[in-house]
Design a binder for this molecule. Structure first.
Ligand code: ADP
Ligand code: ADP
Length: 227
């Protein structure tokens, strides 16, 4: 589903990704961990071309991310992205936030988009918040709206960049629970997170990065067992 081969990424003269290769099959959940500044966020931002790479190849569901005829809008529609900061539109209701991309990009009709959004709000356990504005919600609720917004495009892959790092402790589990449900349903997921309990319980593979290099990749059982 995601096939990353020997990629390099520089920000000016800072070598942020050094010969990183990674393969994620359909339905697999990868957790990426490592110290701050090790390139985790950069790696997942490269997967939907929020950041360009300078060397190597990235294939997503068989499509080369740097092919000349790539439809970037459609590719991005296949990849849901959830950030640390929820990035909801503050002047739009929850429902409007979720239906915006499906109606604009997928050209879904408003009624259908609304039905899908209401289903998703149920799935993320906030069925009664459709008409609220983001500012009226807790951080955990906003992040669940952000997940619903990603899912509304019916993506094949979900990328998470520290989705719980900006949350108060009591709200972390409500977001992780939604992510666990998605994982159980077979969503292909790549998650940057410091939540090692989540990694142990849910990940198929745990990846450790340091200084732009992929240092280790293994199953959680082996990754967390002290040799
Ligand atoms: P992590 O997610 O592991 O904390 P990042 O991918 O955010 O790491 O950053 C990796 C390195 O690249 C860091 O040294 C960071 O300062 C640098 N970096 C990230 N984004 C940029 C940018 N837009 N411009 C310049 N340097 C950047
Ligand atoms: P994260 O590790 O989650 O990416 P950061 O605070 O490192 O969070 O980065 C937030 C934003 O700032 C990102 O868009 C990143 O690309 C950019 N950024 C990070 N480090 C630098 C840097 N040294 N110079 C310029 N932009 C940076």
């Amino acid at each position: 589903m995601i096939d990353i081969r020997h990629i390099h990424k520089w920000y000016g003269d800072h070598h942020a990704l050094k010969d990183v290769s990674l393969r994620v099959d359909k339905g697999e959940v990868f957790v990426i961990c490592g110290p701050s500044g090790s390139g985790k966020s950069t790696l997942i931002r490269c997967i939907n071309r929020l950041e360009p790479i300078q060397k190597g190849t990235i294939m997503v569901d068989g499509a080369d991310l740097y092919a000349e005829d790539l439809n970037l809008t459609l590719l991005r529609a296949e990849i849901g992205f959830v950030f640390q900061q929820f990035n909801l539109y503050p002047h739009m209701t929850v429902l409007e936030n979720i239906t915006l991309a499906p109606t604009m990009v997928r050209k879904m009709d408003k009624k259908e988009a609304r039905e899908i959004a209401m289903d998703l709000l149920g799935k993320v356990n906030i069925p009664d918040k459709a008409d609220a504005y983001p500012g009226q919600l807790s951080g955990g609720q906003q992040q669940r709206v952000a997940i619903a917004r990603g899912l509304a495009m019916q993506p094949k892959i979900m990328l998470f960049d520290e989705p719980t790092s900006a949350l108060d402790p009591e709200m972390i589990n409500e977001v992780l629970d939604v992510m666990k449900t998605l994982a159980k349903e077979g969503m292909t997921m790549l998650c940057v997170t410091h939540e090692m309990g989540f990694a142990r319980e849910v990940a198929d593979q745990v990846v450790f990065m340091d200084e732009g290099t992929l240092i280790e990749q293994d199953t959680p059982e082996r990754f967390f067992s002290n040799p």
